[in-house]
Design a protein around this ligand. Structure first.
Ligand code: ADP
Length: 524
């Protein structure tokens, strides 16, 4: 039943996409299309990219149908219309595939990486497919001669590019970002800014007399777009760029503004260059601001966690020491030898925990500042694992985790002993922490190309959505209240393993446990 409902939703989404594609394509083709087909205003490219990326590539028939109908209506023969539509569909499929698979694109456009990927992979590369297929089809169909190939290609490419730079970001941001906080002052500022941006765009672009004038220059728009990006982030950037595009295209089409040239196609070519630069500038500024504020939030969160994490064992440690000192000062008997030993052991545990936390913090600064070179010597990984298990014996006993160790083949190599100690301690420590009450399996395998270390637990496991990010700095997939920790252990382990030319990976299922695998080449 749910499957059927999903299918209907997909069919509906495909039909809506084809209608949106068709309507916006018709609008674009009204704009003095070069050779009747290559228009400089082509919003459907952006709509198709956003739909395939946000909903799924399975919606591609919507692009094909919309493009086919639009080209048939524009007077193309069936084979030519079909070939052009296939080009348009390939463009959307390639764009969404490249962005998702190759660039790990996030449609919220909060990282400069996402903006650059959209420009390079979407706007510049994927659009070249449709322009090439389109121009070749028109040539083969006899609609254009060789002399028209380049102007047609250029118009096609630019039009599609602008769709990806102005229309797609608007849809990405509106659909994938959480709504802005509705503070009264911000709403008033947004209204004032929109009015100002619209007013200035009209002043600059709808200047019918084409008198020019001091303030009637296109660059007047830039400070306003920057204001929008600085204060309203991605929302400001995409809506600002869209508003300016809509007003300037309409004005230029009516023969007004600074970009008017001999023909509408030529005017639009100049205007689109300006719009592409504006959109890219606004999107990049907004992403840079978002990156900075994320860094500040991460730093503040880290400071909060660090002070909490460091204070808890320190307070407990002080209490213990004070208790022991008090009994000594009162000259009371220290109690049974066993009791005294027990107290000292727990004091030692706390001190070790503190030392580990401080060690992690020191390691972060070393890694961040690039002062991190493995100091290689001959190491037997089996002996190293035995030592780690001995070091963590108490912790493993308390967590009630029996450990099974299996060694197969020779597991020697040239590695940094101290650093590998850290990796093994981290993985076994995490297995005990997140897999308490269940066994832990440690497997070592010597192969020709290197050594494999596997640490498997049967604990809480990690949700698939979190599996990649737990290897990043400060990233955690558990609540602070449930489990202590900085979220640094796996990041440090990954950095150490990578510095040895190896890799670390994870297989996990929530509730069933996790297996961390480290592959280490025997030497550099
Ligand atoms: P910490 O344990 O200090 O939070 P780590 O970098 O060692 O930091 O681990 C990052 C996150 O990965 C943890 O917060 C936890 O959510 C998850 N994690 C690590 N190891 C395991 C494991 N063996 N089982 C389940 N979750 C784990």
């Amino acid at each position: 039943m749910a499957q059927l409902r999903g299918l209907w939703k997909d069919v509906l989404a495909t039909v809506l996409l084809s209608i949106a594609y068709f309507v916006t394509a018709r609008l674009g083709l009204l704009m003095d299309a070069v050779a009747g087909f290559a228009t400089l205003v082509w919003p459907p490219t952006g709509i198709a990219l956003a739909a395939l990326l946000l909903v799924g590539r399975r919606l591609w028939p919507g692009v094909l149908a919309g493009a086919l109908c639009a080209n048939l209506f524009a007077g193309a023969s069936l084979p030519v219309a079909l070939a052009i539509a296939i080009g348009n569909t390939l463009e959307a499929l390639a764009g969404s595939w490249l962005l998702r698979r190759l660039a790990g694109f996030d449609p919220r456009l909060e990282r400069i990486h996402d903006v650059l990927s959209l420009i390079l992979l979407g706007a510049i590369s994927s659009t070249a497919i449709s322009a090439t297929v389109g121009v070749v089809s028109l040539e083969l169909g006899g609609t254009i001669g060789p002399s028209m190939s380049w102007p047609t290609f250029r118009a096609w490419w630019f039009g599609d590019m602008l769709g990806d730079l102005v229309v797609a970001p608007l849809l990405f941001v509106l659909v994938s970002r959480p709504p802005l906080a509705r503070r009264r002052f911000l709403v008033a500022e947004a209204v004032a800014l929109t009015a100002l941006l619209a007013g200035c765009s009209l002043l600059v672009f709808a200047d019918v007399q084409q008198e020019g004038g001091l303030l009637r220059q296109s660059y007047v728009i830039f400070p306003l777009l920057l204001w929008a990006a600085l204060r309203f982030g991605q929302y400001g950037a995409v809506t600002g760029a869209f508003l300016v595009s809509a007003i300037s295209i309409a004005s230029t089409a009516m023969g007004a503004g600074p970009f008017v040239r001999g023909t509408l196609a030529e005017s639009l070519l100049y205007l689109q260059t300006f719009l592409a630069v504006s959109a890219v500038t606004a999107l990049t500024v907004a992403a840079a601001i978002a990156e900075r504020s994320r860094a500040v939030i991460a730093r503040d969160e880290f400071l909060a966690i660090a002070s909490h994490e460091l204070r808890t064992p320190l307070t407990a440690l002080l209490l213990h020491i004070q208790g022991q000192l008090r009994s000594l000062r009162r000259n009371e008997p220290l109690g049974e030898r066993q009791e005294a030993l027990h107290q000292l052991e727990s004091t030692q545990r706390m001190a070790l925990r503190l030392a580990k936390l401080i060690g992690e913090l020191l390691e972060v600064s070393r890694i961040v500042w690039g002062r991190f070179q493995p100091d290689r010597e001959e190491v037997d990984l089996a002996a190293l694992v035995h030592e780690s298990l001995a070091r963590q014996e108490q912790q493993l006993l308390r967590a009630n985790c029996p450990v099974h160790l299996e060694v197969e083949g020779a597991v020697r190599g040239h590695w940094d002993r101290g650093r590998l100690d850290q990796v093994v301690d981290n993985l076994i420590g995490n297995a005990a922490k997140y897999g308490a009450g269940k066994p832990i399996e440690v497997r070592l395998r010597g192969r020709a190309e290197g050594v494999l270390l596997e640490v498997r637990d049967y604990g809480i496991g990690i949700d698939p959505a979190d599996q990649a990010r737990v290897f990043d700095r400060f990233e955690r997939a558990v609540s602070r209240k449930q489990f202590g920790g900085f979220g640094l252990g796996l990041w440090i382990s990954r950095k150490i393993v990578e510095a040895h030319g190896g890799s670390i990976s994870l297989l996990s299922e929530p509730g069933a446990g996790s297996t961390f695998s480290v592959e280490l080449p025997r030497s550099a």
